[in-house]
Every structure is written in structure tokens, then in C-alpha cells.
Design a protein around this ligand. Structure first.
Ligand SMILES: Nc1ncnc2c1ncn2[C@@H]1O[C@H](COP(=O)(O)OP(=O)(O)OP(=O)(O)O)[C@@H](O)[C@H]1O
Ligand SMILES: [Mg+2]
Length: 238
């Protein structure tokens, strides 16, 4: 049997913020291996550390202890520039707060990062991705002129447009009605399969989590369960 290639390897990862009596231990020793092409749902109550774990695994924040390797890059050994370089074009992130640039239109929010990465047909690709998330009619709207769910869809289009090998999404359907959420997830899973990307997705939606290959549940800064979902790579694996 082929061993699956491990793209995320987290060992005893801790994250503590603040000092002395103000110190908060947010992540308390996380071990996690994620295989290439896998879809993983991260569940857990509010405050359990899901977004924090995503921040350290995607290189947005540095862990305080332990080690993280992502696509063979040792995050702890890289300086800021090295980290930015390791992430660029390889890691796509949809954050809980969408972080769209307010002075750029929807299409610019998607296309400009592509241009910076040297993509030739950046605007054409941005239009295609925005159309795919149902925003073909909102290309020249600014974020303030978009609803919460529309902003979320722009953020999803922006994350998937560079076709990253690793896609992180923090409650990607949290602001969408059930039908729109469903179609966005169909799109996200389809893109993931098309590109062979690895997907790590935070959700509070149990039905959605079951569509993933694997379901990891956190509580109070640790992983308390890790089992197969109903996704195509999820069945029959220990
Ligand atoms: N900058 C910070 N300083 C101090 N504590 C923080 C900071 N950021 C997060 N925390 C704390 O860390 C804990 C985990 O936060 P995190 O955002 O990872 O939770 P979460 O599981 O994503 O929750 P939710 O489902 O509500 O988004 C929370 O108790 C939060 O208050
Ligand atoms: Mg969160």
C-alpha cells in the first residue's frame, strides 16, 4: 500500500498569549497529520481553539511551542519572509472575518492578488471564480455594497482562484442561507477534487462536517476525537 503523503504535520503544538496572570493557553499540545488531498472538518465549541489552530497551521500566526511542517516547510525554522514565500500561491485561506480590501471592488479583491502572483489572465480568472460563486452580477461592487454572505463568497473566490494546494476555511458558510451554503460547499468540494487540494474547514454544521473525509473535534485547546466522515477518502480508514 502507498503511504499517503502528509502535507500538514503538527507535533505538540502550543499557543499561549499574554504573560504572567494574563497568560492564556489557547492550544495545549496538538498532534495532527493531514494527508494530501484529504478534506478535514474541524469541529468544537466556541472558544475551543479552532481558529487559533488554523492560524498556526496556515502560517498566519506562530505557535509558541512544538513543530509544524506544511508541504515540507518547517514553519518554526523560517523567518517572516520565508514564511510568506512558503505560503504564497500554495495556501488559500478564507477567514471568519473576510478581510476584503474595502477600497477594491469584488473583482479587484480576487484579481489583484493573482496579478501579484504573476497570473497572466488574472481578471478573466477572477470573473470566472466570482461567477462560479454566483456573483457575476456584483463584480464592480465594493465590499461595503455587498451583503455579508456576498462578501463571504468573494473571500471564497479569492482563496480558490490561485488554485492552492492547501485550502483553509473558517466557517465558510456561516453567513449563508442553507441553499446558498450548500451550493458554495458543492463548489468548494468540486474545486478541491479537481485540483487535488487538501481542505481544512472549520464548521459548526455537523451535516456539512460529514461530507468531509475526516472529522476532528477540539475542546479547550486539545483534539478530543478524530474519525472518518463520509467523504470519498473517508470510508474504511482507521
Ligand atoms: N489575541 C488573543 N489574546 C487572548 N486570548 C485569545 C486571543 N485570541 C483568541 N483568544 C482566546 O483563545 C480561545 C480560542 O479562540 P479561537 O478563536 O481559536 O476559538 P474558536 O474555536 O475558533 O471559537 P469560535 O467557534 O467562536 O470561532 C478563546 O478563548 C479566545 O478568547
Ligand atoms: Mg473561530
Amino acid at each position: 500500500m502507498n503511504q499517503p503523503h502528509i502535507v500538514i504535520e503538527a507535533r505538540d503544538v502550543t499557543l499561549s498569549l499574554g504573560k504572567g496572570s494574563a497568560r492564556v493557553d489557547i492550544l495545549k499540545g496538538i498532534h495532527l497529520d493531514v494527508a494530501s488531498g484529504e478534506s478535514l472538518a474541524l469541529l468544537g465549541p466556541s472558544g475551543s481553539g479552532k481558529s487559533s489552530l488554523m492560524a498556526v497551521l496556515s502560517g498566519l500566526e506562530r505557535a509558541t511551542g512544538g513543530s509544524i511542517r506544511v508541504a515540507d516547510a518547517d514553519f518554526g525554522a523560517l523567518d517572516e519572509d520565508g514564511l510568506a514565500l512558503a505560503r504564497r500561491g500554495r495556501i488559500g485561506i478564507v477567514l471568519q472575518a473576510f478581510h476584503l480590501l474595502p477600497t477594491m471592488t469584488a473583482i479587484e479583491n480576487v484579481a489583484v492578488p493573482l496579478e501579484l502572483d504573476g497570473v497572466e489572465d488574472a481578471f478573466a480568472r477572477a470573473e470566472k471564480e466570482l461567477t462560479a460563486v454566483g456573483l457575476g452580477h456584483r463584480l464592480s461592487h465594493y465590499p461595503a455594497q455587498l451583503s455579508g454572505g456576498e462578501q463571504q463568497r468573494v473571500a471564497i473566490a479569492r482563496a480558490i482562484a490561485p488554485r492552492p494546494a492547501l485550502l483553509f476555511a473558517d466557517e465558510p458558510t456561516g453567513n449563508l442561507d442553507a441553499a446558498t451554503g450548500q451550493s458554495i460547499m458543492d463548489l468548494l468540494f468540486a474545486r478541491q477534487r479537481e485540483t487535488g487540494a487538501t481542505l481544512v474547514m472549520i464548521t459548526h454544521d455537523e451535516a456539512l462536517s460529514r461530507r468531509c473525509d475526516r472529522i476532528v473535534t477540539m475542546r479547550d485547546g486539545v483534539v478530543i476525537s478524530d474519525h472518518d466522515g463520509d467523504g470519498p477518502n473517508g470510508d474504511g480508514r482507521a
